[in-house]
Each structure stands twice: as structure tokens, then as C-alpha cells.
Write a protein that binds this ligand. Sequence first.
Ligand SMILES: [Ca+2]
Length: 345
Amino acid sequence: MTFGQRAATAGSWGRLRVAATYLSFALFASACSSLDSYTDGASPATSTLATPTTQSPPTPPPSTQPPTTPAPSTQPPPTDTADPSAAEGNSGSGSQPDGASAQAPPTTAAPPAGQVPVITPVVITTLPHDTAAFTQGLELADGILLESVGLRGQSATRRVVVATGEVSDSVSMEPEFFAAGLTVANGAVYQLSWQAGVLIISDPQTLQELERRSYDGEGWGICSLDENRIAMSDGSDLITFRDPVTFERVGEVAVTLDGEPLDRLNELECVNGNIWANVWLTSNLVQIDPATGQVLKRVDASGLVPEGLGTDDVLNGIAFNPETATFFLTGKRWPVLYEVDLGPV
Ligand SMILES: [Ca+2]
């Protein structure tokens, strides 16, 4: 190869390298341009990150979620594993919260997947309650609280003035009876006697006995679900349904919380087709779908427990006020009866 031929070849290689360099630069510039257009404000990646509702876990309805909703991870485990001694918790002061917190809606924590929402009640009013009342049943009827109090030899059905806690009427049960829950059905008071198997039906105004029915097993809580069914608990996970006239068993449902049986169901309250229940030896209420037995909500009322109570003096007693859509809650020998907001029911 001559010098001229080598020079010509070198020139060709040089042009090729220049062309390759230019082509690389053009491709790089094109890639940068594409990247710029992908990451601008209108790109899918950015808009997805900027929309929290597509990244957050499911949230409760806006009406039940206040601005200060705590993180779901702070909620305690399901109630059926709760230590019974939790009923002695003294986290509550027993006094009414300040005006600001009383105005806030009930706190509803978004639950982990597969678990029910947990509600913290908001206290509206704190009222007096007889500290001698071993509360077994509670229901509002025509503006008066009907309350049954237990223990053998001390059991009675009472009419109580809501505002003052005054016992306006009281009818004692036989000494061998231990009063359990009560409700109003067919215009009369239905009073259970726990293990005695006797249902005492009485006049709601005078509390004078009208007639009796019998039932099998134990009777703990009771509420009137609809025209054809009374719901009754017996301390297990079963709710039985009974005919309001004959009190014969017409059905039952097993109650589950987060897929597990929930026993120790105690005092009941029927509200708008659902059943609310105290869970014995805990500071929890649950809302139950009577068709499936599934717990729909759990109420953590541990903040309401007064100080200085005995181990048996647990939260027990739910009465719904349909005029205000609020609940009256108290416990055995509690000095207070709370009116609380539990959110939409
Ligand atoms: Ca009740």
C-alpha cells in the first residue's frame, strides 16, 4: 500500500469514527428527550405517586373518620383473646371529655386486611348510676331506662330516671333467681333469670308480673330483633332466636370475629336490624349481623372504665336511644352511665 493509499484509508476510518460519534450523540440526545417527556408532570408514573388514594389501605367512610384518626397498627388484638383482667383497666377518668373532643365524631380505625373496624366511643353526657346496681340488662323505653340488677337475693327489675339515676320503681325477683338481661317485646318487659330457665313477662309501667315462659339452657342477654324474633345470648358464641309469643327457639347463629368464634356474648341491644353485644369480662362491644353472625364493628370502650372497680364490675349494659341515635352504656356497680356516640348505626 502506498502512502497515498494509506492516507486515503486513514481518512475513510476517520470519517467513519466521526460519523459513529455523531450517531451516538444523536441517539443519546434522543434518549434524554424521551426521558424528559416521560417524567414530566403529566407522566403516568408521577401522577400515580401523587394520588394517595391509590396507594393507601382502604379507609372508612368519610363521615366516620375524623382528622386525627390513629394509625390502624395501634389497635389491640381481637377481643376473644383479650385478658379478662383488661376489664379492670383504669385508663378512663370517668369524667366527661372537654367540649372539643365531645364535638368530634367517634374515632374509627381502619383495620388490617380481614379485620373489622374498631370504634372508640365519644362521650356526650356523663350521668349518675347506682353503684349498688349489678347491671345485667339495660333498655330505653318511653324515655325511661329499664334496668335489671343481678346477684341471688338482690335481683330486681327497675325503672330508672335517665337524668338522675333515681330508681322510680323496682320489683324484686325470687331469692333463688339471678336476674340476667331484659328487653321490651309485645309491649311488655321480658326478664331473664340466667340459669333458672324462667322468663318473667311484666307490665313496663308498673313492672307487675303478667305471665311466665320457660327456656332451655342459660339466659344471659336479650333484645327484640323484629316482630317475629327475639335474640338471646347464653354466654357462648351462639345467638338464639325465639318466638316473641311462645318463646320457643326458632333459629340460631354462631358469632365470629375476624373469622374466629366469639363467645361470652352477654347483654344485648337490637338496633336497626343488627345486634350489639357486650363481651363478658372485656371492655368491648361488638355489632353483629344476625344473618351471618359476623361481627361488623368492635367498640373499644376501655377508656370509659371508672377507677377502683372489682374484677366482676365490668362493662355491661347497652341501651339505644333512637331519637338521638346515641347509646347509653354502663357497667356493674359503675358510678356513671354514659351517653355516647358510636357513629352511624
Ligand atoms: Ca340492652
